[in-house]
Design a binder for this molecule. Structure first.
Ligand SMILES: [Mg+2]
Ligand SMILES: [Zn+2]
Length: 176
């Protein structure tokens, strides 16, 4: 059984300027590599779970998304950060699918392949739907990032950098 860190993508991994689909628009957030390193050092498996309704809305194609994802994973690999998998919901909201956050389809996909201890796992997101996903899927610990008002998160920080600095000083929070 392993602990997992579930990560939203836009606003967490990269700066969210809305429907990012091109490499040149993909800017990693400050401190994200160091933050992920803290979790890797505590033996967490890393997963990205991302709503990509831009596909369903026709703003960009699934191929565009997959191309950007391969590039992103390469950038992580250069820094010795392994992401176990990237789960994405390509649907528009009106399709009423079972994978669009806060529905738990993407987490179920991961749990079907991995033995994860949800009581010791974390989720980091920047929207209420991320934190609601964690509650719906019984992921015990949550971190909300940003200026939005988000309810029910375990911790809230304005930026990824602040989150990283807090966890550097309080490593025991994510230790077993
Ligand atoms: Mg987001
Ligand atoms: Zn979906």
């Amino acid at each position: 059984m392993q602990k997992a860190l579930f990560l939203d993508r836009d606003g967490i991994i990269n700066i969210d300027h809305g429907y990012v689909s091109k490499i040149e628009d993909f800017i990693f957030t400050e401190g994200i590599f160091e933050l992920l390193r803290l979790f890797l050092d505590k033996a967490y498996l890393l997963f990205i779970v991302t709503n990509q309704s831009g596909i369903g809305r026709g703003y960009y194609s699934e191929d565009d998304f997959l191309r950007l994802t391969s590039w992103m994973l390469e950038e992580f690999k250069k820094r010795e950060i392994e992401i176990v998998s990237v789960e994405y919901c390509p649907h528009a909201p009106e399709e009423k699918c079972s994978c669009r956050k806060p529905e738990i389809g993407m987490i179920d996909e991961i749990l079907a392949k991995q033995n994860i201890i949800l009581e010791k796992s974390w989720l980091i997101g920047d929207k209420q739907s991320d934190i609601d996903l964690a509650h719906n899927a019984t992921i015990a610990n949550t971190i909300a990032i940003g200026e939005r008002k988000i309810e029910k998160a375990t911790y809230t920080f304005k930026t990824i950098l602040e989150c990283k600095e807090f966890l550097e000083k309080n490593k025991d929070i994510i230790a077993p």
